[in-house]
Write a protein that binds this ligand. Structure first.
Ligand SMILES: O=P(O)(O)OC[C@H]1O[C@H](OP(=O)(O)OP(=O)(O)O)[C@H](O)[C@@H]1O
Ligand code: HPA
Ligand SMILES: [Mg+2]
Length: 176
């Protein structure tokens, strides 16, 4: 099998959309300071590119969570590989994800983080794949709603590869 990536969302389109989202986020938080919580590893590029466009003061913290291993299907088990080292109680929190697919990761993280009593809590994702949702979770900011296909790039991986692409593409497996 030969892997091939078909462009779905160009680097330019992502950049423009992040600009719009950053403006909306700034308005919604009324310019107040926000703690950006990045869900590693997939959200790392969205975090960096979105944060460069935010005009209010921000701080950043990181959680490492995994459920897909090296395949294209969720194992259904959310593993917290590294928890936050910041206390988020009383803070404005914006959780940043690359993709919401089954919704299991986010619904688990949302429950976990809300127990820590942030002042406010919002969720931002670059991509939303609603057709595959198993666990319902409210999302405040969606970059792009996409059809049911396995996508890579802009932080998203297949077997840990392709995260460095500056666009989002559909991964195809062609007969060699
Ligand atoms: O909605 P879900 O079905 O839960 O899928 C979305 C999650 O899956 C991916 O992470 P993954 O577990 O592959 O870890 P990674 O970010 O390190 O690639 C992605 O980055 C999201 O966190
Ligand atoms: O479509 C996807 N691609 C890469 N990683 C993912 N994790 C959930 N869905 C996806
Ligand atoms: Mg992954």
């Amino acid at each position: 099998m030969k892997e091939r990536v078909e462009v779905m969302i160009s680097a330019d389109a992502i950049s423009k959309r992040l600009e719009e989202m950053a403006e909306q986020i700034y308005e919604d938080f009324g310019g107040e300071q926000v703690e950006l919580v990045c869900v590693l590893k997939g959200a790392v590029m969205t975090l960096t590119e979105l944060s460069k466009r935010l005009k209010m003061p921000v701080t950043m913290s990181f959680m490492d969570v995994s459920s897909y291993g090296n395949g294209t299907e969720s194992s259904g088990k959310i593993k917290i590989l590294r928890d936050l080292d910041e206390d988020i109680s009383g803070k404005n929190v914006l959780l940043i994800e690359d993709i919401i697919d089954s919704g299991r990761t986010l619904s688990h993280l949302r429950d976990l983080l809300l127990k820590r009593e942030p002042k406010s809590f919002k969720i931002c994702t670059l991509l939303d794949k609603p057709d595959r949702r198993v666990a319902d979770v409210p999302v405040d900011y969606v970059g792009f709603t996409i059809p049911d296909a396995f996508v890579v790039g802009y932080g998203l991986d297949y077997a840990q590869r392709y995260r460095n692409l500056n666009y989002v593409g559909i991964l195809h497996f062609d007969e060699a």
